[in-house]
Design a protein around this ligand. Structure first.
Ligand SMILES: Cc1cc2nc3c(=O)[nH]c(=O)nc-3n(C[C@H](O)[C@H](O)[C@H](O)COP(=O)(O)OP(=O)(O)OC[C@H]3O[C@@H](n4cnc5c(N)ncnc54)[C@H](O)[C@@H]3O)c2cc1C
Length: 465
């Protein structure tokens, strides 16, 4: 390979690696090796959060497991920083690095469904919607998140909280096995019977232990669901949030409820309660009566396919937006908290932003906190202050608002935070994300990645021996 001047991004340094070595890497790949001058480089380095604008020196657009092995070994040999991109939806932007080598897995989209064993085996570049598309014809699904364009592998490795968690747990609870490329460039399979410790760590511990090249996920029969949302106007917002807590606390496993606080086009604050009832549709109306009794302004709950529900929120998260998030868990919604939240949402600088409460309960809540690396169990709400806005110049007021709201609700938050909602939290934030499981994860990191090759993530530092 001939290394040419990098005229597209003159400030991106070319790697200090001989063209011979680069040529050998390129020749070994089923996919492509890209540098800043190449077509496809920009698409590969871009992530969902448009605030993140990093420029890796090299991109391996992986087309096969072998490409992942070659990329890991190359980064290690040449001591290059290494970033791993699944779907690129992580708000922190850890999927891409400045300088160094980016392993872009987003083109690895194979999926196979074994309907008899009820297992989907997927490559790491899949989105949630692409997985649903593959499993729907069999009347099967696995629990994931609530926006279908989101990348699957980062979501699954961090936890995976979505509509089916009450009945079937988190995505990581449905992981049956995973194939991983380790820091040594070896391929190993982890499952309850093989490398059990690593299998434990992958279920919540993110990309700290290696590059996951294949995930086997348990599928469940999921057909029509009774789902959608009801929306209450500003004058009923307080009552709606009180009702939400009462309603969610009483949800049976097949029913999950989320709430969101947002601004209407007129600038008023509104509250919507979204539901998914995955039990027999004919029983659902009875369960949903409390929501209707409060007199919503909009009632858009109806029978629909699970896949349609998964896609229903996609339009609210267009690509190309700047994102800044802060999050925490709530176990109750008392009146002072409700007032605080409504007050902040009324002053939200960007009408595209909002506050979401995502319910974790039932099967997801009953898993022991130490059974997987994801420790936040028991009934709770994942409270996410999600700021998004189009113009980079508006960052200061949006960031300030998000931080101020988070500070104001902090006295009401339970311990811990969902790792996949973290921006750039530093070690303290990662500690909070893993709580009592942190020490075990650090020991596992020391075993599988003692030099911290995989550090572009919510990083768990290897325990010192
Ligand atoms: C619009 C939107 C909606 C969301 N909704 C939900 C939701 O309902 N529920 C929920 O739980 N989460 C939700 N999330 C958060 C989501 O879980 C994270 O953004 C997650 O990181 C997405 O996975 P990804 O593959 O796109 O991550 P990426 O950004 O690609 O990666 C995130 C981290 O994981 C690592 N990683 C990714 N893939 C691999 C791999 N194969 N091997 C090793 N490391 C890897 C990366 O290196 C990086 O450190 C949402 C996010 C967005 C943007």
């Amino acid at each position: 390979m001939k290394v040419m001047a990098n005229d597209r991004y003159p400030s991106v340094p070319l790697p200090d690696i001989s063209p011979v070595h680069l040529g050998r890497l390129a020749a070994r790949l089923d996919g492509r090796l890209l540098m800043a001058r190449d077509d496809g480089y920009d698409a590969a380095r871009r992530v969902f959060n448009a605030m993140i604008d990093r420029h890796p020196a090299l991109v391996v657009r992986c087309a096969s497991a072998q490409d992942v092995v070659a990329g890991v070994r190359f980064a290690r040999t040449h001591t290059l920083p290494l970033a791993v991109k699944g779907g690129g939806h992580g708000v922190a932007g850890n999927a891409v690095c400045d300088g160094g080598l980016l392993l872009d897995l987003s083109g690895m989209k194979e999926v196979s469904v074994d309907a008899t064993r009820r297992v989907a085996t997927v490559q790491p570049g899949l989105t949630l919607g692409e997985l649903d598309l593959a499993t729907e014809p069999f009347g099967l699904a696995t629990p994931t998140g609530v926006v279908s364009v989101t990348g699957l592998s980062g979501l699954a490795l961090g936890g995976g909280l979505g509509w089916l968690n009450g009945e079937h747990g988190l995505t990581c609870d449905n992981l049956l096995a995973a194939e991983v490329v380790t820091a040594d460039g070896e391929r190993i399979t982890t499952s309850p019977g093989q490398h059990r410790d690593l299998f434990w760590g992958l279920r919540g511990g993110g990309g700290n232990f290696g590059v996951v090249i294949s995930l086997a996920l348990k599928l469940h029969p999921v057909g029509q669901v009774l789902a959608g949302g009801v929306t209450y106007p500003a004058r009923k917002a307080r009552a709606a949030l009180r009702l939400y807590h009462e309603f969610a606390s009483a949800c049976p496993d097949p029913l999950s409820a989320n709430a969101s606080l947002f601004q209407t086009p007129d600038g008023d604050v509104a509250v919507s309660i979204g539901v998914c009832y995955a039990g027999p549709v004919e029983n659902g109306d009875w369960l949903l009566r409390p929501l209707r009794r409060l007199g919503p302004e909009v009632d858009a709950i109806e029978p629909m396919s699970y896949r349609a529900l998964q896609q229903a929120k996609d339009a609210g998260f267009p690509s190309g937006q700047q994102h800044y998030w802060k999050a925490g868990y709530l176990t109750a919604l008392d009146d002072e908290l409700i007032e605080t939240m409504l007050d902040f949402v009324a002053r939200m600088p960007s009408p595209a932003s909002g506050v979401g409460l995502q319910q974790l309960h039932g099967a997801a809540g009953r898993v022991d906190a130490t059974a997987t690396a994801f420790p936040h169990r028991g009934d709770r709400y994942d409270c996410l202050i999600l700021s998004q806005w189009p113009d980079p110049a508006d960052a200061p007021q949006n960031i300030a608002w998000t931080r101020a709201m988070h500070a104001a609700i902090t006295p009401f938050l339970a311990d811990g935070v969902y790792v996949n909602n973290l921006g750039d939290p530093g070690e303290q934030g990662v500690n909070a994300a893993y709580g009592g499981n942190y020490a075990r994860l650090a020991a596992l990191k020391a075993e599988y990645d003692p030099t911290n090759l995989f550090r572009h993530n919510q990083n768990i530092a290897p325990a010192s021996c």
